[in-house]
Design a protein around this ligand. Sequence first.
Ligand code: NAP
Length: 270
Amino acid sequence: MSNVNTGTPGTAVVTGASAGIGKVYADRLAARGYDLLLLARRADRLQAIGADLRSRYPVRVESLAADLATPGGLALAVQKLTADPSIAVLVNNAGASRVGSLAQTTSEQLSAMVALNVTALSTLTLAVLSGFQERDSGTIINIGSMVGFAPTAFVPIYGPTKAYILNFTQVLQQQLADTGIRVQLVAPSATVSEGWDVAGYSLSNLDPAIVMSTEDCVDAALRGLDMGELITLPSLQDDSLLRNFETASGALFEAAFLTGQPAARYGLSR
Ligand SMILES: NC(=O)c1ccc[n+]([C@@H]2O[C@H](COP(=O)([O-])OP(=O)(O)OC[C@H]3O[C@@H](n4cnc5c(N)ncnc54)[C@H](OP(=O)(O)O)[C@@H]3O)[C@@H](O)[C@H]2O)c1
C-alpha cells in the first residue's frame, strides 16, 4: 500500500542495519521503493550505508545511532517510531549471540542478549503496533533463528531468546489474523555475517556447504513474505517438516490443556 502523502510505499525501519542481514534488508527494501530508517550503534557505518543507498535508489534514508540494549537507546528508538506515521515496515533484525557454556556466561552477557533479542524486539513491535492498527496496514518481520526451534547447547542463552521470538511472533500472528497487518518470522540457519565473530566463534570452523550467503538469506526471506508465509526458514528444503512441527505443537497444547486430570502414567487415579 502506498503512503497517501508521498506516493511511496512508506518507510521501512531496519534495526541492526549497519552489517550483515540487516544491511542487505536495507538494500532490498530501498530497491522496493521504501524510504528507510536505519538503526544500530555505529553511526559512521549507518551514514556510509545511507549515502550508498541514496546514490543508488531514489529514496530517503535516515539513520538513528542507538544502543537498543540500553533503556535510553531503546527509548530514543521508541520515540522515533511512535512519532512517524509513514512507517510501513519494521524489520526487527538487531540481535546478539554468544557461543559458550552457561557456566562461562556472565550475567552482563545474559542481560545484554535478553535486552536486545527479547526486550528491544518486543518493545519496538509495540511501538509501531498502534499506528499499524489505526491504518490497518503494516508489516513486521522478526528475525529469529533455527535455534529457536530446537534447544542448542552451543548457544545456551541466544537459543532461548530466539524461542521467545518464535512464540511472540506466533502470538502476534494470532492476534492480528483478521487485520491488514502482516507478521513474518524469519529463522535463518548459519549465514555469513560478522555476528559469528561477535559471538566468539569463527565462521571458518563451519563447513562452507552449510553456510548461506547473506544475500540469499534475505532474498529468500522476502520471497517467503511475498508468498504469504508466516514462518520462513530460508534453508529448509522440505517445508512439510515445518507444517508437521506446527501440527504437533498444536496437538500437544490441546492434549495437555483440555484435561485437568493427572496423566494415567503417574498412577494417581483416585
Ligand atoms: N548470521 C547467522 O548465522 C544468523 C543465523 C540465525 C539468525 N541470525 C539473526 O540475524 C540477525 C542479524 O544478525 P547478523 O548475523 O546479520 O549479525 P551482525 O552482522 O553481527 O549484525 C548485527 C546487527 O545488529 C546491530 N546491533 C548489535 N547490537 C546492537 C545493539 N545493542 N543496539 C543496536 N544495534 C545492535 C549491529 O550493529 P552495531 O554493532 O553497529 O550496533 C549489526 O548491525 C540477528 O537477529 C541474528 O540473531 C543470524
